[in-house]
Design a protein around this ligand. Structure first.
Ligand SMILES: O=C(O)c1ccc[n+]([C@@H]2O[C@H](COP(=O)([O-])O)[C@@H](O)[C@H]2O)c1
Ligand SMILES: Cc1cc2nc[nH]c2cc1C
Length: 378
């Protein structure tokens, strides 16, 4: 069985490590700007990381930005892991396209374009402006019974994400934002997070859209059952050194317990990284996809900015594992791309500082005095 494709291979091969010289230049430039050194806190780190990604200082302004909402359904829904009926996925897609969801309000507020991608919604969706019909399957299979996706399906979904990233960048976008919609996708996310981090299902399985304790306990058991069934590919991925098989091993785990939107999001992140364009991650679903990306190509994480920390348990551990620091923490647990969109102006502001803020020299502002200068002895 082939667990990679020419497009995926080329995309991964194009990903480069961050450029040290550009990062050093950005750090030095930050230190010359008219502000006390380090006073922009985490925003300075974001600007330095984006300089490393772009390979130049200052990096391009991450404007304009576009959010891609990958929508799909999940066979594991049949296990009773969420109180919401599966048709809500398709209904929310219609709501996104009509402009009536929270993601539309937030995208409007920050000037981001919205694209909705049907990568695996169980229902047939009518054509509509703003909808990319890229259905790979009518939802996944139940991961407690068999792999959620076939090899062919996971590859097509990853390729879809790569192509969406490529097309949004070709259209002029300089920042990509992840969005997702899929009833039951927090169960698949928990399984991916447990598989990639080695943490126990009870530590990474959250309450999703809001479930009671009994359903939460059952959801943990469902995640544990899926991990047991697919223990072999998970062990193979976690035991691997960085050899040539790492892409296939990670994608086999993604196929076993992931969703079609996770696969497309993984491709979207890889596509952004290969084009050296930043991608702002939303919550636990994008985080789970990013863990697979890190297993495929660790350097791709340099393209990622963690927009926020979701309330969903498992997301905090995911960010620690990725080495990413969330920009905002507003106790959100909505998905759609909402947390990432709120963080977008912070990312953009961090880079604008490198472009526009005067230096002490150019503005004629006196710099902080050294100890010796203050007491007149130097
Ligand atoms: O982004 C998050 O961290 C997040 C946390 C909880 C729920 N969600 C959203 O809620 C849906 C999945 O919830 P559930 O309970 O059906 O698994 C899906 O459409 C996600 O976008 C998203
Ligand atoms: C109403 C609703 C909106 C959502 N947006 C993202 N996931 C969602 C889940 C539900 C149930």
């Amino acid at each position: 069985m082939t667990w990679t494709s020419e497009l995926i291979r080329q995309t991964v091969a194009a990903i480069r490590p961050p450029d040290d010289a550009a990062m050093r230049a950005a750090r030095m430039h930050q230190d010359r700007l008219t502000k006390p050194q380090g006073s922009l806190g985490m925003l300075e780190d974001v600007s330095v990381r984006l300089a490393g990604l772009a390979g130049e200082c200052p990096p391009p302004l991450p404007v304009p930005a576009a959010v891609a909402i990958f929508a799909a359904d999940h066979g594991v829904h049949a296990q009773g892991v969420t109180p919401w009926p599966q048709e809500v996925t398709a209904q929310m897609v219609a709501n996104f396209l009509a402009g009536g969801a929270v993601v539309n309000a937030f995208a409007g507020q920050v000037g981001a374009d919205v694209t909705v991608v049907d990568v695996g919604v169980a229902a047939e969706l009518p054509e509509a402006p703003g909808l990319l019909p890229r259905k790979v399957a009518y939802g996944t299979a139940d991961m407690t019974e068999q792999p959620a996706m076939t090899a062919e399906q996971v590859l097509r979904a990853v390729e879809t994400g790569i192509e969406v990233a490529r097309d949004l960048v070709s259209a002029g976008n300089r920042c990509l934002v992840t969005g997702d919609m899929g009833i039951a996708n927090t169960t698949a996310s928990a399984a991916l997070i447990a598989a990639c981090t080695g943490l126990a299902p009870g530590e990474v399985t959250g309450r999703g859209t809001g479930i009671d304790e009994a359903m939460h306990n059952h959801k943990i058991d469902v995640v544990a059952a899926a991990l047991d069934r697919h223990a072999e590919p998970i062990r193979a991925m976690r035991g691997q050194l960085h050899d040539h098989g790492r892409v296939g091993r990670a994608l086999e785990v993604l196929a076993a317990v992931g969703g079609l939107e996770h696969a497309a999001l993984a491709g979207f992140i890889l596509g952004a990284a290969s084009r050296r364009v930043p991608v702002v991650l939303d919550g636990v679903i994008a985080g789970a996809a990013a863990l697979i990306v890190a297993a495929v190509e660790p350097d791709a994480v340099a393209a990622c900015v963690a927009g926020h920390r979701s309330m969903e348990s498992g997301h905090a551990a995911t960010l620690v594992h990725l080495g990413l620091h969330p920009l905002v923490d507003l106790e959100l647990r909505l998905g759609e791309g909402t947390g990432a969109l709120l963080a977008l102006p912070l990312v953009q502001s961090s880079v604008r500082v490198l472009h526009e803020v005067a230096t002490f020299d150019s503005a004629g502002v006196t710099e902080k005095q050294l100890d010796g200068q203050r007491d007149g002895s130097a």
